[in-house]
Write a protein that binds this ligand. Structure first.
Ligand SMILES: Nc1ncnc2c1ncn2[C@@H]1O[C@H](COP(=O)(O)OP(=O)(O)OP(=O)(O)O)[C@@H](O)[C@H]1O
Ligand SMILES: [Mg+2]
Length: 741
């Protein structure tokens, strides 16, 4: 197959200059992902490397699956041997083989968000730290940020072991160290550990690093603008000898700064890899002219850009349609009516249509609108099927039989279904295991000969042990699907649900059926179809990995989840100030630029037609709030956007609208002083009396919990924890926040 004929000249150049560092820097829809796919095929076909000598990192597992399929369809053999996946899944794979160097066995568990929170909670309890002072969510994000910036718990503890140097930091250091200790003794890693431990492993065991340096002759990274320091460190170490690293990205699409991703990685690639070739792709193949120009018009308002030009030979296409609604309810009706018409009168399949929104909370209203018109839809959510309670319970049984050291899994299942083993007994087992330096299951396993329990409770524990041992024997003569079916049965879970005493029992039974199906699919489709591999997949697969494109349903997802994807028709609802851009960004230039990049990502997902909409009032925290249209709407050049018959403004009114928006945000650009006054005026941030435990809404960091207050009045120093952001300190008199009830 002629691999080059389907590419333009620049793309061909990017595919054929195989050796040495290469940065493909290009705007949306210019074929970066396509170029990566062809480059891999080219490398293999021309004998530069075998499939198993190539490492390709993608942003989602779904993207990796699609890449593999595409390469396969080009007639390239052994594509399943290419190391292709997300950073997390590739690291998990390597750590299964090499983790013993760090004290993990190959069957370590992967803890998700919820598991992580449970561990933090129990540490706070054991160390007698109040979760009012250190909210679980805040501690969790703080640890995550430290990990992604390559701060190990040992280093951090060393730097902050002394309370004089900062109470909060010292406490966090203590919790972080204990957290790592517990994960290690449970033979478990959280998501960030997969990356951090990989770095620690490379630093600690040069021979392991060398092994993988030699194995991966070519490294390719898609969506490079959203890698964090920890990820960057992994690829740059792997590539430091041969330097055959090709990264592609778009600085204008960097949207994960809030999660620790660093645009620095793309900005400084040329410094990190001297004499790197840089190829710019300038032709967009995805969007109509109008859509592309609208996207360009918006992103131009950002200051911090590397600067790119992007053109398309595609048709001009339709103008962008703006729907203006009275309320969020009306917005959802307008959107579903439009979708209904597109399908009914224009024959557009539902699966061509996507609704992309800023926050998950917007989906409920949109869903209701679609339901009213019987429009089939599918939500691609960040929360996963595997997050449901019943699914997690059964997976915990499976995790426990794979990794008996996993205390968290044990605690989850020991009394689910109810077996009369109460918290006091669990605590007793935990303490005893701690004293003996062993796992809780190990204690239960030898409960017969243990003096720890007597009588009825001993019997109950022995029964539980027998159940687990029976489940443990399942893999000896059962395939994956039968293991799952039998676990649901033997654990007593099925009976519990069938008795109907649990809320939503029938729904949960259906979900468990779905889990059985998932196991069945995995068993027949995956080459490595072991229970271990299934559990790993369940831990790492995200909602966005599992949606079905062929299902003839409208897709709903957040703008963040839509990265890298394309749809014929895109709706962007909620184009309002304080929603998109989020209110957190209004006073913070760098956050505003990230919001604008997110808008650019949204617009450029559309191939043929884009709708944007806003509501004049929206229910927020149970109150109706008056809304102003988003500044991003007005940044779309006038000639590219049109109202439909539902648009209410006359041109004159539109002008008024525009000037009202200017009034809202122009002062922010002027002097900081003015901004502050304006903020105070608009939001009535008056003097507030704060105490630890109070919830506040901060202009930049969102809703958080006050951890400490030092001093009083305007000069008081406030320490507060913000989910996803971490612990922040600020002066009460200067910061912009309000107390929330
Ligand atoms: N040379 C080409 N000829 C025809 N179509 C192309 C060409 N290059 C890319 N395309 C098509 O353009 C669309 C966008 O390509 P691709 O998804 O690779 O872009 P991208 O740069 O990765 O976009 P994003 O920044 O959104 O990730 C795809 O449908 C792709 O098949
Ligand atoms: Mg792409």
């Amino acid at each position: 197959m002629d691999l080059l004929s389907m590419l333009n000249e620049k793309q061909q150049e990017a595919v054929t200059c195989v050796d040495g560092p290469l940065l493909i820097l290009a705007g949306a829809g210019s074929g970066k992902t396509r170029t990566i796919i062809h480059r891999i095929a080219y490398i293999i076909e021309n004998g530069y490397a075998k499939p198993w000598e190539i490492l390709a990192l993608t942003f989602t597992n779904k993207a990796a699956g699609e890449m593999r399929e595409r390469i396969d369809s080009m007639g390239i053999p052994f594509t399943s041997d290419i190391w292709m996946g997300t950073f997390h899944s590739i690291c998990a794979r390597i750590l299964r083989i090499e983790g013993h160097n760090l004290g993990f066995t190959s069957n370590f568990s992967i803890y998700d968000d919820d598991d992580t929170k449970r561990v933090v909670k129990s540490i706070l309890k054991d160390l007698d730290i109040s979760d009012k002072e250190f909210p679980v969510e805040g501690v969790k994000s703080q640890i995550s940020l430290l990990k992604n910036n390559l701060e190990t718990s040992d280093d951090y503890l060393e730097e902050h072991d002394d309370f004089e140097g900062g109470y909060t930091e010292a406490r966090i250091a203590q919790i972080y160290a204990e957290y790592q200790k517990r994960l290690l003794s449970s033979n478990a890693m959280d998501f960030d550990d997969l990356l951090l431990n990989m770095n620690i492993l490379f630093a600690k065991c040069p021979e392991v690093l060398n092994k993988y340096k030699n194995r991966f002759k070519y490294i390719l990274v898609d969506e490079y603008q959203d890698t964090n320091l920890s990820q960057y460190a992994i690829v740059s170490k792997l590539a430091e000898d041969h330097r055959n690293i090709c990264v592609c990205g778009d600085d204008d699409q960097s949207i994960y700064g809030w999660r620790g991703a660093s645009i620095r990685n793309i900005l400084e690639f040329e410094e990190d890899f001297e004499d790197a070739a840089v190829i710019r792709l300038e032709q967009n193949y995805r969007c109509t002219k109008n859509i592309l120009n609208a996207a360009n018009g918006v992103i131009e308002h950002n200051q911090r850009r590397m600067g790119k030009t992007l053109f398309t030979d595609n048709d001009e296409g339709e103008k962008i349609k703006y729907l203006n609604a009275n309320s969020d309810l009306e917005e959802s009706s307008l959107i579903s009516r439009e979708i209904f018409c597109l399908n009914e009168y224009h024959g557009i399949p539902y699966s061509d249509i996507a609704i992309l929104y800023r926050t998950n909370a917007q989906s409920r209203m949109l869903e209701e609108g679609l339901m009213r018109r019987n429009i089939p839809y599918q939500i691609v959510a960040g929360t996963k099927f595997y997050d449901r309670m019943e699914i997690k319970d059964i997976l915990a049984y499976l995790k426990l039989i794979v990794n008996p050291q996993d205390d968290l899994a044990l605690i989850r299942v020991i009394n689910t279904p109810k077996r009369g083993i109460g918290p006091a007994s669990v605590e007793k087992i935990k303490d005893y295991a701690f004293m003996k330096g062993t796992s809780m299951y190990e204690v239960i396993k030898h409960i017969d000969s243990s003096p720890l329990f007597k009588g009825a409770i001993k019997e109950k524990l022995m029964n539980f042990r027998d159940t687990i041992e029976e489940i443990r024997r399942l893999p000896e003569n059962n395939g994956l699907m039968d293991i799952v079916i039998n676990t649901i049965h033997l654990s007593g879970y099925e009976e519990m649900l069938k008795e109907g005493k649990v809320e939503n029992a029938s729904n949960r039974l259906e979900n468990l059926d779905e889990l059985v199906n998932a196991a069945g699919d995995f068993e027949s489709n995956e080459e490595e179809n072991t229970l271990e591999a299934f559990l790993e997949n369940a831990a790492l697969v995200a909602g966005v990995d599992s949606y079905d494109e062929d299902s003839s349903k409208v897709l709903l997802m957040t703008l963040h989840n839509a990265k890298g994807l394309e749809f014929n028709i895109v709706f962007m609802p909620g184009m309002e100030e304080n929603l998109f851009p989020t209110y957190r960004a209004v006073n913070e230039d760098s956050e505003m630029e990230e919001e604008r990049r997110l808008c650019y990502v949204g617009i450029t997902r559309a191939r043929k037609q884009l709708y944007m909409s806003s509501a004049e009032s929206r229910r927020v925290y149970g109150r109706n709030e008056y809304r102003n249209p988003s500044r991003f709407l007005l940044e779309v050049p006038d000639e590219l956007i049109e109202g439909t018959n539902v648009i209410k403004e006359s041109n004159k009114e539109k002008e008024l609208l525009k000037s009202s928006i200017k009034r809202i945000y122009d002062p922010y650009k002027q002097s900081p002083k003015k901004t502050e006054n304006l903020f105070k005026q608009n939001n009535s941030f008056s003097d507030v009396d704060l105490n630890p435990g109070d919830k506040i809404d901060h202009s930049a960091w969102g809703v958080g919990t006050v951890v400490g207050v030092d001093g009083s009045g305007e000069d008081a120093k406030v320490t507060a924890a913000f989910p996803e952001i971490g612990i922040k300190k600020f002066m009460a008199g200067i910061a912009k926040f309000k107390k929330v009830q």
